[in-house]
Design a protein around this ligand. Structure first.
Ligand code: NAP
Length: 301
């Protein structure tokens, strides 16, 4: 019987684990793939207070080591069912049954697909969702990035250092990305903005060969020949396992306020899977702390 069982070993989940064990509670974290969550795909973090610059992988490794050294157990396994009675009973993919007095859902989000025909066929064979993971395969080649948020701009910036030419395709003129990042991109000689435009089709028979984009204002259709397409159009919450446990909003995020309390007593939500305005490393860490302390208070009752 754990005091706190956490789903997800990203920033929110591991921070919750740190706060839980430091409050004297027994804590386990279930993680389906690798620890760290989405941040492991980030080349450099420059906006985490107190750390000038760190790679996503180094940051995540530090966090994982910190949580486990303090006594949190990280189990590389996934929940498949959850039952609530006086306590929570969780069965896992590897056939384990775990019991816990409280649950923290820190399941994060995953990449949103573009939703055009052929996208799945060429995923991993020309289409990628992670420039820092796959960018090096496109050294000296022409590529395109889709999106207008921080991820798209980061990806485009990263790729301009490797690739011959980078097209940044975005569906409007304005960007969600930070001005400072955009300013850096505007200085790049091998970057072309393709704005007010959406990808209509991805092309190629056996091999991916490019995209057709349509200008939403003029209706003009343009073929852009590229070897790689990096999709960075945001995330969708990875809340499938939680849907019968707690209330979700229309977009699938777990409804919970700044106190991280969900619609179900004893279940807390932390990080990118929670309804919130700002999804950043620092807000995920903050959620982790709040959720763990709220879980401790719930157990004490
Ligand atoms: P995001 O901020 O949600 O941006 C997604 C972008 O994709 C938007 O520009 C959106 O266009 C576009 N988009 C969405 N669906 C589309 C579709 N079907 N077709 C074409 N375009 C589509 O996502 P993100 O960039 O992945 O960032 C997620 C969160 O992580 C944000 O809070 C971001 O600030 C944060 N982040 C921060 C950093 C950092 O260094 N501070 C780095 C990476 C990410 P519209 O703008 O028109 O809606």
């Amino acid at each position: 019987m754990y005091d706190i069982l956490i789903f997800g070993a990203g920033t929110a989940g591991l921070t919750a684990a740190i706060y839980g064990v430091r409050a004297g509670r027994s804590v386990a974290v279930l993680e389906e793939s690798v620890y760290g969550g989405q941040i492991i795909n980030t080349l450099e973090i420059e906006n985490y207070p107190g750390i000038k610059k760190v790679s996503g992988v180094d940051y995540a490794t530090g966090l994982f080591e910190q949580a486990t050294a303090l006594g949190a157990q990280v189990l590389f396994d996934a929940p498949v069912s959850v039952e609530k009675s006086d306590v929570f009973t969780v069965t896992t993919k590897r056939g384990k049954t775990l019991e816990a007095k409280s649950l923290i859902l820190a399941v994060g989000a995953k990449n949103r697909p573009l939703g055009v025909e052929g996208e799945e066929k060429f995923t991993g064979r020309g289409i990628s969702y992670c420039a820092t993971c796959d960018g090096a395969f496109f050294r000296g080649k022409d590529v395109a990035v889709v999106g207008g948020g921080n991820t798209a701009i980061d990806d485009a910036l990263f790729l301009t250092d490797y690739c011959n030419k980078v097209y940044l395709i975005h569906r409007r003129q304005g960007f969600r990305a930070e001005e400072a990042k955009l300013a850096l991109l505007k200085d790049k000689q091998n970057l072309e903005f393709v704005l007010d435009s959406v990808v209509e089709t991805v092309e190629g028979e056996e091999t991916f060969s490019g995209v057709t984009v349509k200008n939403k204002e003029s209706g003009a259709v343009r073929h852009i020949a590229v070897d790689g397409l990096f999709v960075a159009v945001g995330q969708v919450p990875a809340t499938a396992i939680t849907k019968d446990l707690v209330a979700l909003d229309d977009y699938g995020y777990i409804v919970a306020g700044e106190d991280c309390k969900t619609s179900t007593e004893g279940i807390f939500a932390a990080g990118d899977c929670r309804t919130k305005q700002i999804r950043q490393l620092v807000t995920a860490a903050a959620d982790g702390a709040i959720a763990a302390l709220a879980a401790c208070e719930y157990i004490r009752k």
